[in-house]
Design a protein around this ligand. Sequence first.
Ligand code: FES
Length: 130
Amino acid sequence: MRATGPHRLAPSDDPVEPGATTAITVHVDGLPVSGLAGQTIAGVLLSTGRASWRTTRRGRPRGVFCGIGVCYDCLLTVNGLSDVRACQRRAADGDVITTKDEISSMTRPACLPAGTPSPRTSAPDGGGGA
Ligand code: FES
């Protein structure tokens, strides 16, 4: 394929020299999902057509909002580690990913017993982006 335009490079002239892609498989809620090495977990999920993977306490869907690690809308559990930002974590072959149904304990101060709403989670929307 020939590149066109003053700022486009043919792949053979690209100084970044992108390498060949390697297929990986992660397990999302028990189901195998294919991706490419180097993709974020959010990228893997989005490539399957999935736009959200958790909901707020009010049932509003959340997935990628900012994509830069700021909003925490994309939280999920990876290999048993909860509250991982899917937009910041690269997927690795064999990762076990669990999606979430509500805001997790991360937003609750440790001094509050389970079930006690924290100031952050008692917001009208349950927090976490627009
Ligand atoms: S999408 Fe905002 S932190 Fe991941």
